[in-house]
Design a protein around this ligand. Structure first.
Ligand code: PAF
Length: 292
């Protein structure tokens, strides 16, 4: 039951129905907040919905497992899908409308037109998942055109994605404010993520090491340690905790995502530390702000 209205959150599957509702709301003077998701919702998503509700009078969430952001061999087919559980969770935080488009609704005439945020999409995660951010930018641009929100909220947990969407919105002039939502964490620091469902209980016990290592590195960097040795220690700590393969731990400019030089951060610098590593069959990512 929707905590705000006492009724079930309405759901629509077509762009036409969605736009009819959004138009009616606009005529009534409402503003629209939007939270795009791929479902398998957890506390992090629900906190994004709550953030959207602080900045708009109506909140639309979408659930769409976007095929264009998965490479062959990735987990598109097995990605967790549970529409009724997701809808119950959205009800519980007062989401006003759920958009559940099918692939044909999002890509009615195939996937020939794509959005590429050059350079930023090829760094960090883009090195390991070269297709990924092109698929994300493309689907988010399409979702923005379907929903036409005033404000959209993306989790800081996917920091590179958040910055790429900000850049896309700026470059293409979407009249949408982009907000970053704080990462929701389990008590051991593990960032909540739909893919945490893949972890075995032994892996789950080790998973908090990623955030612990980034946190320790962030403290050392903020005290003026040299990045190369701090990042190397963080990688070693993560691997010593049972992770199987390191992708990266990198210290970057928080806007451009480009690597920072190997020198103590000058006073007043704000940087971002990001990490990605495989724990068994699950690839975990996380990040933390660093302020000198
Ligand atoms: O972060 C996600 O869940 C997805 O990348 C998004 C933004 C919904 C696009 O498919």
């Amino acid at each position: 039951m929707n905590s705000k209205t006492g009724t079930l959150t309405a759901a629509v599957r077509s762009r036409a129905e969605l736009q009819q509702q959004v138009r009616a709301w606009r005529q009534a003077g409402e503003t629209i907040g939007f939270v795009p998701t791929m479902g398998a919702l957890h506390g992090g998503h629900l906190s994004l919905v709550k953030t959207a509700a602080t900045r708009a009078t109506k909140v639309v969430a979408s659930i769409f497992v976007n095929p264009t952001q998965f490479a062959p061999g990735e987990d598109f087919d097995t990605y967790p899908r549970d529409e009724s559980a997701d809808r119950a969770k959205l009800d519980s935080v007062g989401c006003d409308l759920v958009y559940l488009p099918a692939v044909e609704e999002m890509y009615p005439d195939g996937t020939r037109t794509n959005v590429r945020v050059e350079q930023m999409s090829d760094l960090l995660d883009g090195i390991y998942r070269p297709h990924f951010f092109y698929g994300v930018a493309t689907v988010v641009a399409r979702l923005f055109l379907h929903v036409q929100p005033d404000v959209a909220v993306f989790g800081e947990k996917d920091y590179q994605q958040l910055q790429i969407i900000r850049r896309m919105v700026r470059d293409l002039g979407f009249p949408i404010e982009i907000l970053g939502g704080r990462t929701t964490r389990d008590p051991d620091g593990l960032a909540q993520s739909s893919r945490n469902l893949y972890l075995t209980s032994e892996e789950r016990r080790a998973a908090g090491a990623l955030q612990a290592a980034l946190h320790r590195a962030s403290v050392r960097l903020s005290l003026g340690a040299k990045p190369a040795e701090v990042l190397s220690e963080a990688r070693d700590l993560i691997m010593a905790s049972g992770f199987r393969e390191m992708n990266y731990v990198s210290l970057v400019d928080p806007d451009t995502l480009e690597d920072l030089p190997d020198a103590p951060l000058p006073d007043g610098t704000v940087a971002r530390l990001l990490g990605a590593a495989w724990l068994g069959k699950t690839r975990l990512i996380d990040n933390i702000s660093v302020t000198r």
